[in-house]
Ligand binder design. Structure first.
Ligand SMILES: *Cc1c(COP(=O)(O)O)cnc(C)c1O
Length: 406
């Protein structure tokens, strides 16, 4: 493999033209789209219209004339297409943490006679904190098992199995079909967090029979900082679904202003309060990028990019150990390696415009978004890693300075 081979792969890449739909700073190799997706080029103009023409001119009439109140469903269905959800089963709203709470609490109400919530120790902390809160409030046991031991931990006492499909640190991917089926066989309900899945590869929520799912709008969906998240509720649960936050937008008739809470039918019940119109408008516009994209092609390229990066790092950089599974079935769209000095290594890479991130205590993490990354970017990033690690460039004290957000 040479850099020229990478250039050939880029010329042959069926997704090559999609890169032009993003605004990427010159010279930057952006390997952090799994944390904050880049700006799709047309989003500022669309936001300007919403701000100036809708908010600025039409004012409160926009709720009806521009259908602001329907944004959570419109955007929800667009996300739903990417995760294999039935129409009318996804709402774009709130943050992922809040949606984890709604989904976990609603899930445990579907199995009121059972006492256990199962998750794994590689889950993202906010998910585990929220589950702990639900378990404490409801008097349930939270069983946190090793990721490889999820299947054997599911027994007849388990109400809810709640997992993040892709490990935010290592990129290890759970087998959603097998785990969902095993949980159902044991009579449990499953909640999937798709934070590192949605927009990165195809997901088939309806086909695997998932019960609930949540995910982020600002990672691979490129909805912008603090973009609204989403929640999926399988249609077969809509009638029984009990949203623990009984806000007025989840009411059957919010503008009747009745003091009695009557839950809305369908996915509307997953809503809480006033939709984040500006955030939803940005996310809605950002999703245009996916309109004519085949997620199978995205997956194929993502596997090509991640394979190449792992091959090069393993061939060139003895000092680090790749922790991402080589088996394509077992990984998401990121590559991570361990090094005792991962933090200053990532900082030194960022100083060279190769932007990845550090996850405590010793993980350097690189997200590969197939919509805008090229094979030459992978090559150049691997060269940068080889140089930064090999030369000891990371030892420069300025790379040891820690900011609040890593
Ligand atoms: C990024 C991420 C979150 C973020 O939650 P917020 O409420 O948006 O801050 C939650 N869970 C997982 C698994 C994530 O990867």
């Amino acid at each position: 493999m040479t850099r020229a081979d990478c250039e050939t792969l880029d010329i042959e890449d069926p997704l090559a033209a999609v890169r032009d739909r993003f605004t990427l700073p010159d010279g930057v190799i952006y390997l952090d789209g799994n944390s904050l997706g880049p700006l799709p080029t047309h989003v500022p103009e669309r936001l300007r219209q919403v701000v100036e023409e809708q908010w600025g001119t039409d004012l409160i009439r926009s709720w009806n004339t521009h259908h602001w109140a329907d944004l959570p469903y419109r955007v929800g269905d667009r996300i739903g297409r990417l995760v294999g959800a039935e129409a009318g089963s996804v709402a774009a709203a709130d943050t992922t943490s809040v949606n984890v709470y709604k989904a976990i609490d609603a899930a445990r109400w579907l199995r009121p006679d059972r006492r256990v919530i199962v998750t794994d120790s590689s889950n993202f902390p906010t998910d585990v904190y929220v589950m702990r809160g639900v378990a404490d409030a409801a008097g349930l046991e939270l069983r946190v098992v090793e990721p490889g031991h999820v299947l054997e931990s599911i027994d007849g006492s388990v109400a809810v199995v709640a997992l993040t499909q892709v490990d935010y640190r290592t990129g290890r991917r759970h087998d959603m079909g097998t785990i969902t089926a095993a949980a159902h066989d044991a009579g449990a309900v499953v909640v999937w967090d798709l934070a590192h899945s949605v927009g990165a590869f195809p997901v088939a929520l309806a086909d695997v029979g998932a019960d609930f799912a949540v995910g982020c709008g600002y990672k691979y969906l490129n909805g912008g900082p603090g973009a609204p998240a989403f929640i999926y509720v399988a249609p077969r649960h809509h009638a029984e679904f009990r949203n623990p936050i009984t806000g007025w937008f989840g009411h059957a008739a919010p503008f009747e202003f009745s003091l009695e809470f009557v839950p809305a039918e369908g996915i509307a019940r997953a809503r809480v309060g006033t939709p984040h119109v500006l955030g939803l408008a940005a996310l809605d516009a950002a999703l245009d990028v996916f309109d004519d994209i085949d997620m199978g092609a995205v997956r194929e390229k993502s596997l090509g990019l991640t394979d190449l990066f792992m091959d090069l790092i393993e061939a060139w950089v003895d000092e680090v150990s790749v922790v991402t599974p080589r088996n394509p079935e077992r990984r998401g769209s990121q590559v991570s390696f361990r090094h005792a000095h991962a933090f200053p290594i990532v900082q030194a890479l960022i100083a060279r415009n190769v932007i990845g991130d550090f996850r405590t205590p010793d993980i350097a993490r690189f997200g590969f978004a197939a919509l805008y990354l090229r094979y030459v970017d992978v090559w150049d990033a691997a060269v940068a890693v080889r140089e930064v690690v090999g030369s000891g460039e990371w030892r420069d004290p300025r790379h040891a300075v820690r900011s609040a957000v890593t």
